[in-house]
Design a protein around this ligand. Structure first.
Ligand code: IMP
Length: 421
């Protein structure tokens, strides 16, 4: 019997999970997404090509891998159709390699309108949602009136769709939000036809059968731990559990089946949307890091806020997820900077703390440590990296008490070194 490994983000998303999954994928038989939906943008680069996936798991380019969209995902059929079309040139046998959970919730066109209307109604307190309908769809799931992929083959689907849509329209009406969605509705029904041509099943059986027949399963997270609905910087979070626990609930895996937990973090921090960010850099410094790292959202194109690495937050994420190995991404971005910093604690009301706060307000001052920077040259392995970069890695390992086993030095699969742990 084999076990399930989990790969997830330890910051506010955009850590580089797409590249990491794609890199690891050849070792696995199954790659499964367990939460989130089209708010995610997982970027993969290989053979000089760049591809962004939103809902489809990042193992899709490896023909031998089965890719599962799990029950914990919320799926927009219109985005699904676009993603399938964009994969067309790669000549992949998607009907065989992609499996959809019958229990994954459907994002309706009116969910997206609700997302917009609710964001507008929040005024200055808006979350900065990607407006992909994520929050309203999870609300309907928990409210027990959502529609699931498995429902699209049922004879009463249209009736249930209309009932839910009417509920949404009445809320929109009360919010004074009126936007035509007839075109989107047409596209929605067309894309359901495509969805019906895929394998729709109780993927929890598929995954557990895979485990018991010795297949290797990788659970792929989306967003990041600091956006988790329970433990993130609430209310500036997404609407799902982005942690290891989310992998169990979002795929139907028992906790005892989890083996390795790969925690992905950037050598610095970024955040899109609103919410506190104690190590954020403003003005020239922030702008320069944004340019060096090309920090613009893969889904919305929005500029990402940038700042130094936050060790208390990283420790918190490692604790919540039971991280066994760390993957440090985008170390190349800091190349050429004379002094790099990391935050070791926060000062709040004159007191120093290393605890991730309940209300994570802007009044948390970072206590930063300065380290000498490095300039990246040619490298073959971890040993041949600049000594200051190796020290940076070892400093993090010392503070987080977890080994770093992979360092990413560029977007391509080849720009990666492994470190023995
Ligand atoms: P929502 O999940 O679209 O409702 O967005 C809620 C918050 O999570 C917003 O601040 C978004 O910017 C952020 N967010 C959602 N998905 C991602 C992601 O994949 N990467 C980074 N931030 C995300």
């Amino acid at each position: 019997m084999s076990k399930v490994d989990v790969l997830l983000g330890l910051q506010w998303g955009d850590e580089g999970k797409g590249k990491a999954v794609d890199f690891l994928a050849p070792k696995y038989d199954v790659v499964a997404r367990f939460q989130g939906g089209p708010n995610a943008g997982h970027t993969l680069e290989f053979d000089g090509k760049k591809h962004v996936l939103h809902q489809i798991p990042s193992g899709i380019f490896h023909e031998q891998i089965k890719n599962v969209i799990g029950n914990g995902v919320v799926i927009d059929p219109i985005v699904f159709q676009k993603e399938i079309e964009e994969l067309g040139p790669y000549n992949l046998d998607l009907k065989s390699s992609l499996l959809l959970s019958n229990k994954a919730q459907l994002i309706l066109p009116t969910h997206k309108l609700l997302d917009k209307a609710l964001e507008i109604s929040k005024g200055n307190e808006k979350i900065g949602s990607t407006l992909r309908g994520i929050g309203p769809t999870y609300q309907d799931k928990v409210g027990r009136h959502g529609l699931r992929i498995g429902d699209i083959i049922e004879p009463d689907f249209d009736t249930r769709y209309t009932k839910l849509k009417e509920q949404h329209l009445s809320i929109l009406d009360r919010l004074g939000f009126n936007e035509d969605h007839s075109e989107a509705e047409k596209e929605f029904f067309e894309s359901l036809d495509l969805m019906r041509s895929f394998q729709v099943l109780s993927t929890e059986y598929f995954i557990n059968d895979s485990i018991s027949t010795g297949k290797k399963v990788l659970a792929e997270g989306a967003q990041g731990t600091l956006l988790d609905i329970d433990f993130g910087s609430y209310p500036f979070v997404t609407s799902s559990n982005t942690t290891t626990a989310g992998a169990c609930a979002g795929l139907g895996i028992a906790p005892k089946q989890i083996d390795q937990v790969f925690g992905i973090f950037k050598a610095y921090c970024t955040r899109v949307g609103s919410g506190p960010f104690p190590t954020e850099l403003f003005g020239e410094e922030g702008e320069s890091l944004r340019k060096l790292g090309n920090e613009f959202g893969a889904t919305t194109g929005r500029p990402r806020r940038c700042g130094w690495l936050d060790i208390p937050a990283l420790n918190y994420s490692c604790m919540l997820n039971g991280v066994t190995q760390l993957f440090m991404m985008k170390a190349d971005v800091l190349s050429g900077i004379d002094t790099v910093k990391m935050c070791n604690a926060y000062i709040k009301d004159g007191e120093q703390t290393e605890e991730f706060p309940f209300i994570y307000t802007d009044s948390y001052e970072p206590v930063n440590e300065s380290l000498e920077g490095w300039t990246l040259d040619s490298y073959d392995n971890f040993e041949s990296l600049p000594s200051k970069l190796k020290q940076f890695v070892e400093t993090i390992e010392g503070k987080v008490k977890t080994p770093v086993s992979l360092i990413s030095l560029g977007p391509d699969r080849k720009e990666t070194v492994l470190k023995k742990i």
